[in-house]
Design a protein around this ligand. Structure first.
Ligand SMILES: Cc1ncc(COP(=O)(O)O)c(C=O)c1O
Length: 478
């Protein structure tokens, strides 16, 4: 099979060229029936929004163009098998954990994982052992798990079935997971990696190494985050040594993914892989030169600092640019000012804003930077705040298991009253979607302080529009 071909796209185009009449779902009938407000903009695209018609295969049991497109992706990513996902890395994380773990299994998990990872652990009814990540000294961001932490966990929980890592973090930075992968494989643990932010790593040596290339067993990637794919389009890769797990994964995906997967998303996954394959070395050099110019221009604004990750232990994605506020503006406020200028960034935290760049050369940045510099010039430059160092155990477990939390009554209490109680729900600033508090965890004072601080600074909490109404805790008998 030719690596530049796009079998699923071709199959859909062949179908469209037949001048076909739709007596099938979806109800928009090849885009002919649609709300007038969207009809003109959507009509070309809707033609591709087909279903499991003859010649168009079936995601849940592929034997034709979907299988071929997945095989091309597997070849590109050096995987034994690749699944296309239409429900984001979220569905990949659910299926990966569900397929590998049995109820009651012990799983070592990086504490700063995305909420979908914790949902997966809860659904699979396993016992999570939480591994605290290392924190970057300058930004305070969690970077990755130290091998030492993993080894401590392993000696306390030799029965662990799997280790679940997040690599890289949202800001595109990660500690090299190679050592952990090697030790885990020696001890016969499954290595599952949420590489949601690394679907482009395979393209070039200029990007960090992919977890699959470092020996991870199953890896989930959000193609839609860094490759040109439609939102929710993602990949789940299986290492060549673990292809015996393909059936279980297919079975799990059959439960978690829609029985009517979007062909728009599937076609875009075929396209995203082909796009990635076509980017040659010269093109990557040219794109990354543009990134450096962008960073240089940003750095001319006195009220911000462009973060240059200095630690040689880190792998850093050059397509992620993090800036720090050097004025009294929080990261959230800085992001808001950018928004007002029509510059929409990916994420803000207390002191930072994250830009995610694409796999294409940047143009016209000078004018934008000048505009920003002039708006920010009214804010005096102040000394940047130092991040508060992490205090806590390197390895911990939930005080109450998922089942124990589910079986008990709960009540909502004001934040201050929750200290030293057991949380019955997660508290999740979004983005990045990493829970600050997990159900079953004992609520520490520092955590409540952190919630209050970031809420005041402008963080958005999913499911907690009114944090002042408090959080759910477990009612314990005296
Ligand atoms: C680390 C991480 N994992 C998983 C996800 C979920 O990915 P998706 O949005 O593709 O479902 C995200 C989303 O932001 C993420 O940051």
């Amino acid at each position: 099979m030719n690596q530049t071909s796009t079998p699923l796209i071709q199959a859909i185009q062949m179908h469209l060229n037949q001048d076909s009449t739709s007596f099938h779902v979806p109800g928009h009938k090849n885009g002919l029936v649609f709300h007038s407000g969207l009809f003109e903009d959507f009509k070309q695209v809707l033609r591709y929004d087909v279903t499991e018609l003859e010649g168009l295969d079936d995601l849940h049991s592929p034997i034709g163009p979907i299988l071929e497109a997945q095989q091309l992706a597997a070849t590109f990513y050096r995987a034994g098998h690749t699944f296309f996902l239409v429900g984001g890395s979220t569905v990949g994380n659910l299926a990966m954990v569900y397929a590998i773990c049995n109820p009651g299994d012990t799983v070592l998990v990086q504490r700063n994982a995305h909420k979908s990872v914790f949902h997966a652990l809860k659904l699979a009814n396993v016992k999570p052992i939480l591994l605290a990540p290392e924190y970057d000294k300058e930004t305070g961001h969690p970077i990755g798990v130290a091998t030492k932490t993993f080894q401590i966990a392993l000696s306390s929980y030799p029965e662990a079935k799997a280790v679940l890592l997040t690599y890289p973090n949202y800001y595109g930075v990660g500690l090299d997971p190679k050592e952990i992968i090697t030790v885990a494989k020696e001890k016969n643990l499954y290595v599952l990696v949420d590489e949601a932010h690394g679907a482009h790593f395979q393209i070039s040596d200029s990007f960090p190494p992919s977890a699959l290339s470092l020996g991870a067993d199953i890896v989930v990637q959000s193609a839609h985050k860094t490759l040109p794919s439609l939102t929710m389009g993602s990949y789940l890769h299986v290492h060549p040594n673990q292809v015996n797990k393909v059936e279980k994964l297919q079975d799990a995906l059959g439960m978690f993914q829609s029985s009517s997967p979007s062909y728009l998303i599937l076609a875009s996954l075929d396209a995203a892989r082909a796009y990635a394959e076509m980017l040659d070395k010269q093109r990557i050099i040219s794109i990354l030169a543009g990134v450096r110019t962008f960073k240089r221009e940003l750095a001319t604004i006195g009220q911000i600092e462009v973060i240059e990750w200095q630690d040689e232990r880190y792998h850093c994605d050059p397509l992620k640019v993090t800036i720090k506020s050097l004025s009294n503006l929080t990261g959230y406020q800085l992001q808001h000012i950018f928004n007002q200028q029509g510059i929409y960034t990916e994420l803000a935290d207390l002191n930072h804003v994250l830009f995610v760049l694409g796999l294409e050369e940047l143009t016209d940045i000078r004018e934008m930077i000048e505009k920003l510099a002039s708006i920010l010039s009214v804010y005096p430059v102040v000394k940047a705040k130092e991040p508060v160092p992490f205090v806590g155990e390197k390895v911990s477990s939930l005080t109450l298991s998922y089942e124990e939390v589910a079986m008990r009554s709960t009540k909502r209490v004001p934040l201050a009253k929750a200290v030293n109680q057991i949380a019955a729900e997660s508290v999740i600033p979004y983005p990045p979607g990493v829970p600050i508090l997990l159900p079953g965890e004992k609520v520490k004072k520092e955590v409540i302080n952190q919630i209050v601080e970031i809420e005041r600074a402008g963080a958005h909490f999913q499911g907690h529009q009114r944090l002042n109404e408090g959080i759910l805790i477990v009612e314990l008998e005296d």
